[in-house]
Design a protein around this ligand. Structure first.
Ligand code: URA
Ligand code: CA
Length: 494
């Protein structure tokens, strides 16, 4: 007779020993096989591998990274860790859109109705806010009556009937990402390229779309702080999409300041309504990014469409009101009053507005965009812990952008406040986040670049050609000597 408790304990010991080996292998720079990754993720999802061991593995990935093969395997193991959606009953090429997370990033609520108004099906499962960055679901749910928790059947029905469905991710999709994301959030392991790439792409792949447009943010309000890291993340995701037969295009966009003016859920819905009603100029940064993303979606969904053609199609659905009509349809289909929303009579408003004034004259030199997101969160627009309840009405309206000339006493931003508890801290955060300087600042490009499979091939080809030259410029001994001399003479910072 087998002693069951003994064999369970023995199995536990074996699992934990093997996990230690794999953590060490990764930590020492080794490459894990697909079987090893499958064993580890499966074990974690089933609760056999404890959080502390999986956290150690995640931290090793943050420091050591993953090979392209490991990242692709990680993605597919996560994508198939639960159910996957079959969107084939919905006719046409289904193009998904995803942002890596930003502040005042209202693009989905503008892009989805514009694209759907052109007859391209928009069938999207969206997420909630993470940390300082907002989420489309929370924005939609700031509309009274809206419920984004719909069953998979309802979701497919809405998509077929209306050509637009934006809902919450169903519970059985990508359980591995849900668990791993929650662990990353509390272990300082969010901003790793292979971890973000596999997290995003596993969800997109499981959600069944044919093609994907990614908005990869860079800057002080993004997970990727600079253009180089964002480009690397974009390439990793485009590569994964292409490997699994989902054509993927990534647009790298600026998040060194809030994209739109509104930070906060109902405020952002209102800004989306304004944009769809033609009240936001086309050269506004929010609109420029929306147009760029929408054009890419059109070109993936209607291959052969030229840039100018896509642009005039978009201008037309804005001018004739059909894009705004699609937002109304979306809101109605989720239980809200669409008419009230597009007239902006149906949105909750905060009790009090608190202006933040400029203390000196000068140019807005820079903004700490993450701090602005955190200030909105403090007012109740986001969650500090999973259990927090969002106040749909509160947030921040930005009245200034980097490069603006301001005078003492000008309003830089306006807090929309209901509960004053954290208002003082939020006010201080916003004041400190907006830096005023004497000189016109160097502006970061709004659209840094577009990455697709061809641009990756081109980059790889030029990298190979230029490799020897680059070494000559950057690393040759005579340059190092010249630099040392320049430092000695005080011509260069030490
Ligand atoms: N968004 C995701 O879905 N996952 C990440 O890891 C980061 C941003
Ligand atoms: Ca429901």
């Amino acid at each position: 007779m087998i002693d069951e408790s003994y064999s369970v304990r023995q199995a536990e010991v074996l699992i934990s020993m093997r996990m230690v080996d794999l953590i060490l292998k990764k930590r020492r720079g080794g490459e894990l096989s697909r079987d090893e990754l499958e064993w580890m993720i499966g074990g974690y999802v089933r609760g056999e591998i404890p959080d502390y061991q999986f956290s150690a593995f995640l931290m090793a990935v943050c420091f050591v990274g993953c090979t392209a093969r490991e990242t692709a395997d990680l993605t597919m193991i996560m994508a198939t860790s639960g159910g996957t959606l079959d969107l084939s009953p919905i006719p046409g090429i289904k193009v998904d859109k995803h942002s890596t997370g930003g502040v005042a990033d209202t693009t989905t609520l503008i892009v989805a109705p514009m694209v759907a108004a052109l007859g391209l099906p928009v069938v999207k499962m969206s997420g909630r806010g993470l940390g300082h960055s907002g989420g489309t679901l929370d924005k939609l749910e700031s509309i009274p009556g809206v419920d984004t928790a719909v069953s998979t059947e309802e979701f497919l029905d809405l998509a077929s009937e209306n050509g637009i469905a934006v809902v919450g991710q169903s519970a059985d999709l990508v359980p591995a990402d849900k668990l791993i994301y929650a662990l990353r959030d509390v272990t300082g392991t969010v901003d790793s390229i292979p971890l973000i790439a596999s997290s995003v792409m596993s969800k997109k792949i499981a959600a069944g779309c044919d093609a994907i447009v990614l908005d990869v943010k860079y800057g002080s309000g993004a997970f990727m702080q600079n253009e180089e890291d964002a480009s690397e993340l974009a390439e990793a995701m485009v590569q994964i999409g292409s490997n699994v037969g989902r054509e993927t295009v990534a647009v790298i966009t600026d998040m060194n300041q809030p994209l739109g003016r509104a930070i906060g859920n109902a405020l952002e819905v209102e800004e989306a309504v304004d944009a769809l009603s033609g009240r936001v100029p086309y050269d506004d940064p929010l609109m420029s990014v929306c147009f760029t993303l929408a054009k890419k979606m059109i070109q993936l969904g209607m291959p052969g469409t030229k840039d100018e053609e896509a642009e005039s199609m978009l201008l037309e659905v804005l001018a004739n009101g059909s894009a705004k009509g699609k937002l109304k349809t979306l809101v109605d289909s989720l239980g809200g009053n669409g008419e009230g929303v597009i007239k902006c009579t149906e949105l909750p408003r905060a009790r009090e507005r608190v202006p933040i004034y400029a203390k000196s004259q000068g140019y807005i030199a820079s903004m700490d965009c993450e701090a602005l997101g955190r200030a909105a969160l403090l007012l109740g627009a986001g969650r500090a812990t999973k259990a927090d309840v969002i106040d749909p009405a509160v947030g921040i309206m930005m009245c200034s952008r980097v490069g603006d000339m301001v005078y003492e006493g000008d309003v830089l931003a306006e807090l929309h406040v209901n509960d004053g508890t954290n208002a003082e801290t939020a006010k201080e955060l916003v004041r400190e986040a907006i830096i005023i300087g004497g000189e016109y600042p160097k502006m970061s490009p709004l659209i840094f670049g577009v990455v697709d499979i061809n641009s990756i091939a081109l980059r790889e080809a030029t990298d190979n050609e230029e490799a020897p030259e680059a070494a000559e410029i950057g690393e040759s001994p005579q340059y190092a000597e010249a630099d040392a001399l320049a430092r000695e003479l005080g011509l260069m910072d030490a």
